[in-house]
Design a protein around this ligand. Structure first.
Ligand SMILES: Cc1cc2nc3c(=O)[nH]c(=O)nc-3n(C[C@H](O)[C@H](O)[C@H](O)COP(=O)(O)OP(=O)(O)OC[C@H]3O[C@@H](n4cnc5c(N)ncnc54)[C@H](O)[C@@H]3O)c2cc1C
Length: 477
């Protein structure tokens, strides 16, 4: 990027009302707000803030690190005055480019807003700033015997603000739900720079519209979350995991619905196909059987007696439905080892090509076998490699099309993506279960959301952010 690009802060997109502010003037004002040391402008310093897990680069023109709500509000008011884009960033491990400033402007890094303000054991909530990692929050509440259930696999890097803005899910979703089920209240700075407070500290709250729910999954387009009050649960006494191999993904996925008639709601049910098995074996040699074409992991939690009883029943059900090499954890350490296989998938899949398009379609869980079969047929038709794994227990499958970066291979992979979305919709599901829309899935949004509903969403955006300051170029193309 040439030095001249850094002379003004501006909208890069055409056809939008814009005032090209003098960059030095705006930078000076931002330094006044957050302090000189908390504003980055040098190209090599801002570059890392121009990408997320999608790995495409759109460097911002400056990165600003506020430490409190008032500073966030002042920055947004400045952006409205000078009309430059502002993109909020958490851990920067989103999968749809949400935190990436594709139309330039500044990035607000929430790293300094990482404090826990209160852990209330009696009333089961925690109040925190958005920049704390999910992992650090979980560890902090565990010290009080409490649990914050949403657990995206990225939990060591992702921030609570990012989790709320993406309404992140995770392994424990089948039993515990997703992030929005644990957000009691929020403090938000809207696109206009006003500070609003939604919800409160109670599980029950039906006063006015549910703006807390609206903010969950709003992808940094309506406001910047500056404080969250999150619901906690008591930490269960015990957990156990059963892992089994199957001859096919279809067999493994058909077991998913067999536990509920026995009164068991596993907290996690994850599958991986033979290509994932080959990839993790190639990288880590876990010793999975060569006869396995699918692996199923099922985890339960509760009291020691309950867990013991349920894990045994799960083992029996799995064996009766084609599972082999069935192993059950007897300790936390053994359990972690069983899950290492699952955690190893994502990085291992790179062996199949330079470009991995990781989709996260979701269908009602009984339709997972049909989804996987359909996806395999789509990939075969377009001569594209596909590996499937993920949160089968809630119907959310990570469909990974892997190819090399030649235009033909990419075009074939993109055709697979579109047909996979069509299939998920046909099966009663939708195009994203947890990664959101960002700019990556924006061209497909109208496949899943009808025109009138889309119009309401666009109007809501205008109410919160009339000048289109926040995260332009995302969601609505
Ligand atoms: C290896 C890997 C595994 C993953 N596993 C899962 C998984 O199991 N489940 C899952 O749901 N996702 C998963 N993800 C996707 C991703 O980690 C989640 O979407 C996560 O919630 C993103 O958090 P973040 O802090 O990195 O957000 P970022 O990527 O920084 O930002 C995401 C969006 O949130 C907005 N945002 C960030 N902070 C704020 C704020 N304070 N206020 C308003 N908007 C804000 C941004 O503008 C952007 O639109 C995974 C990603 C990777 C790379």
């Amino acid at each position: 990027m040439s030095e001249s690009m850094y002379q003004s802060i501006h909208f890069k997109s055409k056809g939008r009302a814009t005032t090209n502010a003098s960059k030095p003037e705006v930078i000076a004002k931002m330094k006044e707000i957050v302090g000189e040391e908390n504003v980055l402008v040098a190209p090599e310093k801002v570059e890392p803030y121009g990408a997320d897990a999608v790995k495409e680069k759109f460097p911002p023109e400056a990165v600003v690190f506020p430490e409190n709500t008032e500073q966030v509000s002042r920055i947004l008011k400045l952006a409205n005055e000078y009309l430059f884009p502002v993109t909020a960033r958490g851990g920067g491990v989103g999968y749809t480019g949400g935190a990436v400033p594709i139309e330039g402007g500044i990035v607000i890094g929430t790293d300094r807003m990482n404090k826990i303000k209160e852990i209330n054991v009696d009333d089961l909530y925690v109040v925190c700033q958005p920049g704390i990692t999910t992992y650090n929050l979980q560890k902090a509440v565990e010290d009080y015997g409490l649990m914050f259930p949403p657990d995206p696999a990225s939990y060591k890097e992702s921030y609570i603000g990012g989790n709320i803005a993406e309404n992140a899910g995770g392994m424990r979703t089948p039993k515990y739900g997703v992030t929005k089920h644990y957000v009691l209240g929020l403090e938000v700075v809207t696109g206009r720079g006003e500070v609003i407070r939604t919800g409160g500290k109670t599980v029950k709250n039906v006063v006015g519209f549910d703006l807390t729910g609206l903010m969950c999954g709003s992808e940094g387009m309506l406001g910047i979350i500056t404080e969250a009050t999150l619901r906690l649960l008591p930490m269960p006494e015990a957990t156990a995991t059963v892992r089994a191999n199957f001859k096919s993904m279809e067999e493994a996925c058909k077991v998913l619905t067999k536990f509920t008639p026995e009164g068991i709601m596993p907290m996690a049910m994850e599958v991986m196909d033979k290509y994932c098995i080959e990839a993790v074996e190639g990288s880590f040699a876990f010793g999975l059987s060569k006869d396995a074409n699918a692996v199923l992991l099922v985890a339960v939690d509760g009291s020691k007696e309950e867990v013991e009883k349920q894990a045994k029943i799960i083992e029996e059900i799995i064996k009766a439905n084609g599972g082999f090499d069935v192993v059950r954890s007897k300790s936390r350490e053994e359990e972690n080892k069983l899950w290492d296989v699952r955690r190893a998938i994502s990085p291992s899949l790179n062996k199949y090509g330079d470009l991995k398009i990781n989709e996260d379609v979701v269908v009602p869980r009984s339709k997972v076998p049909e989804l996987i079969k359909g996806v395999e047929q789509i990939a075969k038709r377009h001569k594209t490699f596909v590996a499937n794994f993920g949160h089968a227990g809630d119907g959310n499958i990570h469909v990974n099309f892997v190819c090399n970066r030649s235009p033909e291979e990419i075009a074939r992979a993109r055709a697979c993506v579109k047909e996979t979305f069509e299939l998920a919709l046909k099966l009663g599901g939708t195009i994203s279960g947890e990664h959101g829309i960002g700019y990556v899935k924006a061209p497909y949004l109208d496949m899943a959301v009808d025109k009138s509903t889309l119009e309401i969403m666009k109007q809501l955006k205008k109410v919160f952010d009339p000048n289109g300051i926040l995260n332009p170029g995302k969601m609505f193309t």
